[in-house]
Design a protein around this ligand. Structure first.
Ligand code: MG
Length: 256
């Protein structure tokens, strides 16, 4: 499938969607504390989305299996061993937990998408290292977002950083192109070989999202049909930015 290239004007429209994503993630991060529920975070995300005149991108997203109900949240709230696609619920977060907050919206016809994993109160040194390495892996990947490089350069940058630190990269879920749809070609895996895959061109916009495990990288989906967890129960972290490829280098749309 062909990769849709965005004009500079379209990228600036996407920028507005992604700045809203940034704002939502920032506000929710401030709310995270022991005793707070992910349903409370979700409720606040609903309010901000509405005030901004945007549409929530994840709510009612169809499952790949017809036997699974569409996604019920406005955010994905993935605590501890949940890698991605956690459903917001009424379970209070506890001191020492980590939570990935993923939020996407559509504004003026274009989608924005980003995620970050944050600490609930004081966390273990190992959990902090997992967050730091995953965030750094995303920065390494962003650095590869230049015309003439390839998808494999992005993938390899993530894998190299993660594995050099003794962590695992999830295989089952990958980043993606984004634009007038939330998920567009190409796939952006977090593992791969440099110099392989599609050539990056100016005008591509990619949602790059390393999903990293403290233990083995194998994942499974829980009975709710959505929550992806580590098979060995180890902690997982997830950071995401939407990044435009431009002649002047990577343009991270989802941060100011
Ligand atoms: Mg995404």
């Amino acid at each position: 499938m062909s990769i849709e290239l965005k004009t500079e004007a379209e990228i600036e429209i996407m920028r507005q969607a992604d700045l809203l994503v940034h704002r939502v993630l920032g506000e929710l991060e401030q709310m995270v504390a022991p005793g707070v529920t992910t349903a409370q975070l979700n409720a606040r995300a609903i309010e901000i989305t509405k005030e901004a005149g945007a549409e929530a991108a994840f709510l009612n997203y169809p499952a790949s299996s017809p036997s699974v109900a569409p996604f019920p949240g406005v955010i994905c709230a993935s605590v501890n061993e949940v890698i991605v696609h956690g459903i917001p619920n009424d379970v209070p977060m506890k001191e020492g937990d980590i939570i990935s907050i993923d939020y996407g919206c559509c504004l003026n016809g274009f989608y924005g998408d980003a995620a970050k994993t944050v600490a609930v109160g004081a966390i273990s040194e190992e959990a902090q290292r997992l967050l730091d390495v995953t965030e750094q892996a995303l920065e390494d990947a962003i650095e590869q977002c230049r015309p003439g490089n390839r998808i494999g350069d992005i993938s390899h940058a993530v894998q190299k950083r993660v594995e050099a630190n003794g962590f695992g990269v999830v295989r089952e879920f990958v980043g993606h192109g984004i634009g007038r749809s939330m998920h567009e070609p190409p796939h952006v895996p977090n593992f791969g070989s440099p110099g392989m895959g599609r050539v990056l061109r100016s005008g591509m916009v990619l949602a790059i999202e390393p999903m990293v495990t403290a233990g083995a990288y194998e994942a499974k989906v829980l009975e709710d049909g959505w929550s992806a967890v580590t098979r060995d129960g180890s902690l997982s972290a997830h950071f995401e930015h939407s990044v435009a490829i431009t002649e002047s280098g990577p343009y991270v749309l989802s941060r100011p």
